[in-house]
Write a protein that binds this ligand. Structure first.
Ligand code: FAD
Ligand code: SIN
Length: 546
């Protein structure tokens, strides 16, 4: 790192320390100095909680064509087939690299081989073959361990924990002429409360998704859509935000805040049943409990509404207890803590917001419309997922696209682009900031947004509810705008502001798409429409106020 007038300067700034940010950082460190800025502990990310695994073609019985078809079928006509083909066919090489870094995938003994082993492949909804590489049911934790270990050994990488990226610094915002360029980011040190100006000719947004926009989510607290909000404010178009994936099976227990019951459990035979013990998925889809997620989440929602129940059950008691305990140790132990023995009783589950299929519009190389600004992972929208992500394709996308982003950056540098900007950048202006004596208002607005989004912009939507949500969010945004300029900035206030912007983007995208497709289901337009086929929903910068 060098300091220009107390403005830390690097070759690369990486915002986020999940799979996308860490993979990119390790490759970027071969070309220069890297700062990883991450708002909490370095392992705290959606990645860390991934259970099912990474989808990739590694078996003789599988093929790229089959994985491509499954991805496009789940994506309901909206996937970009070139992007799908490239990501799927480059997946195995990237997985190999991850294994070389020390990632340990689960293995199984090959039958009648005298003890020889092969990768154990799991199955999840929408996949026609077993193709999910996993580490039991704690795949994400093992990915973070392996990547963070490699990062710790790399002298070119500095990890700044408890550093919250507030906003990107762009040449247009500074009134400079020419192409819009990203020059760095303003970052709040949550421990010292100091706001610093970080500089770099390349900034990677790897800030993950926005599950916390909804009252019920499988996501940890970091998932507040900061990257999408920052990119939007900086001038990047945002695409397909109406496609919020609700995972069908989140543990339903008053003391469990967010705990996923992996789809892999259904892949190993788990069956969804109503509270009378009747299996209900056969009516909804040929693949029954292993249908694509949008279908399963809607079927559960409809079963709960039909019966008045507050959850359904997921039953794996017919499998041998040692198998279940060995294959799903984390799920087994966590449920046990809540008094549920999954080898003897069904697991109470409900759908919850899980994954953001839309996001910052990028090429498959993570490139945005702002020079030097890249986005990879859940924050981005490359065209892979279309209207509904196929299970376990997101870790794959992050691996492939972070590699491609670095290759693209090398080529741009060879062409003479992405140079350091030498002049001093303006410091953050805190305006007339004062201590927040109304913290309760911030937490009230947080709760209100999350409940409103759950009630009005959830699994099943209507125009009336979406319009009501639009009205509510406009009022809330006005209030938040006032706090923002009057109060000392805290992570809570910054997240609230970002949640409000992301909610607006979801609502506006949902209102734009006048049809039902994949994860977006609107009772006023229950069918898919030809005129929306292959059409992304794009919100241009500046079209929402604040
Ligand atoms: P993340 O891993 O979410 O990392 C984002 C990082 O950005 C975090 O470090 C965060 O602290 C940081 N950050 C955010 N905002 C800021 C800011 N303002 N300033 C500084 N830092 C910031 N996908 C699969 O493919 N397979 C699975 O099995 C699977 N299971 C899942 C299980 C669960 C419970 C969840 C929640 C998701 C699962 N997913 C799975 C989805 C997948 O985990 C995520 O899409 C993926 O990990 C996203 O990686 P990422 O690097 O883009 O973001
Ligand atoms: C799961 O394990 O069910 C999550 C998989 C995913 O979200 O891709």
């Amino acid at each position: 790192m060098t300091h220009s007038n107390q403005q830390p300067s690097y070759d690369f700034i990486v915002l986020g320390s999940g799979i996308a940010g860490l993979t990119f950082a390790l490759k970027a460190a071969q070309q220069g100095r890297v700062a990883i800025i991450t708002k909490k502990h370095k392992a705290e990310s959606n990645t860390n909680y991934a259970q099912g695994g990474i989808a990739a073609v590694t078996s003789q019985e599988d093929s790229f064509e089959m994985h491509i078809k499954d991805t496009c079928d789940a994506g309901a006509g909206l996937c970009n087939e070139d992007v799908v083909r490239t990501i799927i066919s480059e997946g195995p090489d990237r997985i190999h690299e991850l294994m070389e870094l020390g990632m340990r995938f689960s293995e199984r003994e090959i039958p009648n081989s005298g003890g020889e082993k092969e990768l154990d492949l799991g199955k999840e909804g929408g996949h026609s073959k077993r193709r999910i590489l996993h580490c039991k049911d704690v795949t994400g934790r093992e990915i973070e361990r392996a990547l963070l270990h490699a990062i710790a050994m790399n002298p070119n990488i500095e990890v700044l924990e408890n550093h919250f990226a507030i906003d990107l610094i762009t040449s247009n915002k500074l009134g400079l002429s020419g192409n819009n360029k990203c020059l760095g980011a303003y970052v709040l040190d949550s421990k010292t409360h100091r706001i610093q100006t970080f500089r770099a000719p390349v900034v990677l947004l790897a800030t993950g998704g926005c599950g916390k926009v909804y009252l019920y989510t499988t996501n940890p607290d970091i998932a507040t859509g900061d990257g999408v909000a920052m990119a939007y404010r900086a001038g990047v178009p945002i695409a397909n935000m109406e496609f919020v994936q609700f995972h069908p099976t989140c543990l339903y227990h008053p003391k469990a805040k967010t705990f996923l019951i992996s789809e892999a459990l259904r892949g190993e035979g788990g069956i969804l049943k109503n509270l009378d013990g009747a299996s209900f998925m056969e009516k909804a889809h040929d693949l029954a409990s292993l249908a694509p997620r949008d279908v399963v989440a809607r079927a559960i929602d409809s079963e709960m509404k039909r019966t008045g129940a507050d959850h359904v059950n997921l039953d794996i008691t017919h499998k041998a207890a040692p198998f279940t305990m060995n294959r799903f140790p984390n799920i087994y132990q966590t449920c046990m803590q809540y008094g549920i023995d999954i080898t003897k009783e069904a697991i109470p589950v409900v759908p919850a917001a899980h994954y953001q299929c839309g996001g910052v519009m990028t090429t498959i190389d993570g490139e945005t419309n702002i020079e030097g600004l890249f986005a990879v992972g859940e924050v981005s929208c490359t065209g892979l997922h279309g209207a509904n992500r196929l299970a376990s394709n997101s870790l794959l996308e992050a691996l492939v696209c972070s590699h491609r982003a670095i290759e693209r950056i090398s080529n741009l540098k060879k062409e003479g682009a992405l140079n350091h900007y030498d002049a001093k950048l303006p410091h953050w202006e805190s305006g007339g900031a004062q201590d927040p004596d109304e913290l309760v208002v911030i937490s009230h607005n947080w709760d209100e947004i999350r409940r409103m989004m759950w009630d009005y912009v959830g699994i099943v939507r209507t125009n009336k509810r979406l319009l009501r949500a639009r009205k509510r969010i406009a009022n809330l945004k006005e209030e938040i705008h006032e706090f923002y300029w009057n109060f000392v900035l805290t992570p809570d206030l910054l997240e609230l502001r970002n949640l409000a912007i992301v909610s607006s983007l979801i609502i506006e995208s949902a209102l734009k798409r006048q049809e039902s497709r994949g994860l977006h289901y609107n009772l006023n337009y229950p069918q898919s429409s030809q005129s929306w086929q292959q059409k992304d929903t794009i919100i241009e910068p500046g079209s929402l106020e604040h």
